[in-house]
Design a protein around this ligand. Structure first.
Ligand code: GLA
Length: 732
């Protein structure tokens, strides 16, 4: 049983294989957080751990004077499971405004329901369970008697992944409107502050770099106000013990299954208690909840590891790969692709594409992706978004004709779309100038020369579903790259009433998810890859619809060491699109060897993004070899357990081990940044092999015992700039 209720002590113990999440009801009223961390089986006296909740200077007792007679407690120090702003004066998990203008909510415990499995969330992506999983869920009802407001906390325990997911449903049972201002998906009160906080930060072409800093007093965290999860921060934070390493210590991951504005904060109080909150960004958010209506928060997924950060990542990888990603490509080997963007940019035409396709076929590539520039009058980024009809002068045979020709060469065909956008210079804009996000009477600022289609409107979503579906059913298209290149600004429309305008960004996400659900279920054989100016929307929400996302517009192998390691802190390797591109690299101008570009790209969803017609025979032969090698791996790298042996954030060398579940295959990708004269050897020590088994390295044929590889390791000398080796070990 994953969820145990101790009726005598009123304690809920949510148990994964290696963790416990414990809550209790105190004074028959308050739902308090007792423990999240190492597994506890005995719960009778765990509420002693609360150490609550004496009145400190400046605190207020929540009880009506003389009425409730329940002692001198104060909510300001009580570790609450879902705090509101009131006599708890810390950052709240929930905040709402009532028709009388007040904003205090008093949520008291009402009841619970435990059930097997997991229910889906209306209109939102979420982790799912399958027949045979050990998952159980619990709903705990909190209620504000005066305001007739229900706040339902839903938890699912996913024992196999040491994960607990949380979400919140708010129901207005009153006969007045209620304005929601903050509804966090998860909230945890830790009783101390001895943690580092890790966040994934960056910018365009430099996404998800790892930053780790100790917690300090006050509020700290990351957020997005951009209308997308964004390049700058990712909807993920980790709290880890100050002494935690890859293999040692405690790590708590918090990951939000959402692609829009988010916030993730930790507030450390005077008494060192730490409150973690994560959910839709409350900044500029409000939601009018009419009588009888419900509001559903997105889901936050938490993973706990007592054996280091690596184990937390591996659990996220397995769970997101098998219980968040869906569809045909979840479990199957994906085609090695070539995307022609960096080969032709906006100058695509049939002749060039077919020439690249011929070469691609020769080297064993399986799918060709035609990127931007194929539609409307699109010769640069200044027009035609919204007009999803072929650019006949460039592609006289149409998409259908081109796809056939590519198929005849022996490749599958894929196509780029940016469906959420509209160019002011487009037929769609001329017909529907009000379909973009805008504020009446104000100018419309451009980002990459474009505006955003207002996906909070049903008719806009329906139009786009039809427009994309029309293209997809008109030709043999096996793959779609779904791009999104502009963040939200001047947010408004002329449809929502004044008191609902600030609902737009969340309504947009609900509209987008509806569109994605419609298209991915109507075209189940199409492989969808997400993209947002590279990795500007690399989040779990997107992974529910797209099993892979283009990790970054930066395809430089050295920058990718950072990006791919940061991404894999939480996201599976199978989800991160990674391509070999030309040198000097188009983003940073660096010239790295072809084998290093290949090795680094092979530690993601592998592909190419360069003009094969410009390469020498020797280079094509190297590529042919790379493609063969990658195909021989199958899913052995993308679906493996990842062990970070050396981090590029900590030194000159990155080393990542990809180990099969059976421990009979291990690939180790080692790459260095700068070359060092007379370089001292780095010893790369593998992890978690079978100690007394023999492992044969594929290139050298050398045989090593597992224990040797773990304790002595393989020597690697970083003597040349940007060098790398892919060691591959098979167990004898
Ligand atoms: C974005 C994407 C790129 C490419 C271009 C096309 O920048 O991230 O991969 O598709 O758009 O315009």
């Amino acid at each position: 049983m994953a969820i145990i209720y101790d009726e005598v002590n009123k304690i809920f113990n949510l148990q994964t294989e290696n963790s416990s999440y414990i809550m209790g009801v105190v004074y028959d009223k308050y739902l308090v957080h007792i423990h999240y961390g190492k597994k506890l089986n005995y719960t009778a006296n765990v509420s002693d751990m609360l150490g609550f909740s004496v009145n400190r200077g400046g605190s207020i007792s929540p009880f009506d004077y003389g009425n409730e007679g329940l002692g001198n407690i104060c909510l300001d120090t009580l570790p609450q499971e879902y705090a509101t702003y009131g006599s708890d004066l810390r950052e709240p998990a929930f905040h709402a405004e009532y028709s009388d203008g007040t904003s205090y909510t008093k949520l008291l415990y009402k009841g619970y329901r435990i059930y097997k499995g997991k229910e889906s969330i209306k209109g939102l992506p979420a982790v799912y369970t399958e027949e045979g999983d050990k998952a159980e869920s619990i709903e705990i009802e909190l209620y504000d008697e005066l305001k007739k407001l229900t706040v339902m906390l839903t938890y699912t325990v996913l024992p196999e992944f040491d994960a607990i997911s949380r979400r919140v449903t708010v129901i207005n049972n009153s006969d007045c409107d209620i304005k929601l201002k903050k509804v966090m998906s998860t909230a945890i009160d830790f009783n101390n502050d001895k943690y580092n906080m890790t966040t994934l930060n960056g910018s365009w072409a430099r996404e998800r770099h790892i930053e780790r800093v100790p917690l300090h007093k006050g509020v700290q965290g990351v957020d997005s106000k951009r209308g997308a999860s964004g390049h700058r921060h990712n909807p993920f934070i980790m709290l880890s013990g100050l002494d935690a390493t890859e293999d040692y210590g405690e790590a708590y991951g918090f990951s939000l299954v959402y692609s829009g504005n988010f916030e993730a904060t930790a507030e450390v109080e005077y008494n060192n208690a730490t409150r973690v909150l994560m959910g839709i960004n409350s900044f500029d958010f409000s939601w009018l909840l009419a009588p009888g209506e419900a509001f559903y928060s997105p889901e936050a997924v938490m993973v706990y590891s007592s054996t280091g950060i690596g184990e937390m990542s591996r659990n996220y990888h397995k769970m997101y790969r098998t219980r968040l990603c869906r569809g045909k490509y979840r479990d199957s080997v994906r085609p090695v692709l070539i995307n022609v963007w960096e080969a032709v940019y906006f100058t695509c035409n049939e002749e060039k594409i077919l020439a690249i396709a011929e070469k691609a076929k020769d080297v064993g590539i399986e799918l060709l992706v035609l990127d931007d520039g194929w539609f409307g009058k699109r010769d640069s980024d200044n027009c035609s978004l919204g007009d999803w009809v072929v650019y006949k002068e460039k592609l006289p045979s149409g998409i259908d004709g081109l796809a056939k020709k590519i198929n005849d060469i022996g490749l599958k065909f894929g196509l780029w779309f940016e469906p959420e956008m509209i160019s002011p210079d487009s037929d769609l804009y001329r017909a529907h100038p009000d379909w973009c996000i805008h504020i009446k009477g104000r100018g419309r600022g451009l980002g990459r020369q474009q505006l955003i289609l207002d996906f909070s409107r049903d008719e806009v979503c329906d139009y786009i579903i039809d427009a994309v579906a029309k293209v997809l059913s008109s030709a043999s298209i096996s793959y779609v790259k779904w791009d999104m290149n502009r963040n939200m600004s001047e947010i408004g429309n002329e449809v929502l009433t004044a008191d609902r305008q600030r609902e737009l960004p969340h309504r947009y996400m609900l509209g987008l998810y509806r569109v994605l659900e419609a298209l991915t279920s109507r075209f189940p054989d199409v492989l969808f890859e997400g993209c947002a100016g590279g990795g500007g929307r690399f989040d779990p929400g997107m992974l529910y619809y797209f099993p892979q996302i283009w990790a970054s517009d930066d395809s430089d192998a050295i920058e990718r060491l950072y990006i791919q390691e940061g991404t894999a802190l939480v996201y599976p390797v199978s989800t991160a699109g990674a391509h070999v591109s030309a040198v000097p690299n188009h983003q940073v101008g660096r010239t790295t060897p072809l084998h290093t570009r290949g090795n680094v790209a092979m530690t993601g969803q592998f592909g190419y993004e360069l003009d094969l017609t410009k390469l020498s025979e020797d280079e094509l032969n190297v590529i042919k070899n790379q493609v063969e090698t990658y195909k021989a791996f199958g899913t052995k790298i993308t679906d493996a357990a990842l062990y970070r042996l050396k981090s590029p954030f900590c030194g000159n060398v990155a080393a990542w081990e990809f180990l099969s579940d059976e421990k009979d295959f291990a690939a180790v990708m080692v790459a260095n940044k700068l070359g060092i004269p007379s370089a001292p050897n780095e010893f790369i020590k593998l992890k978690n092999l079978v100690p007394d088994a023999e492992y044969r390295e594929r290139t050298t044929g050398k045989v090593y015992r597992g224990e040797f590889l773990e304790t002595v390791g393989i020597a690697y000398a970083p003597s040349r700039d940007f060098n790398s080796v892919m060691f591959v070990f098979d167990k004898n």
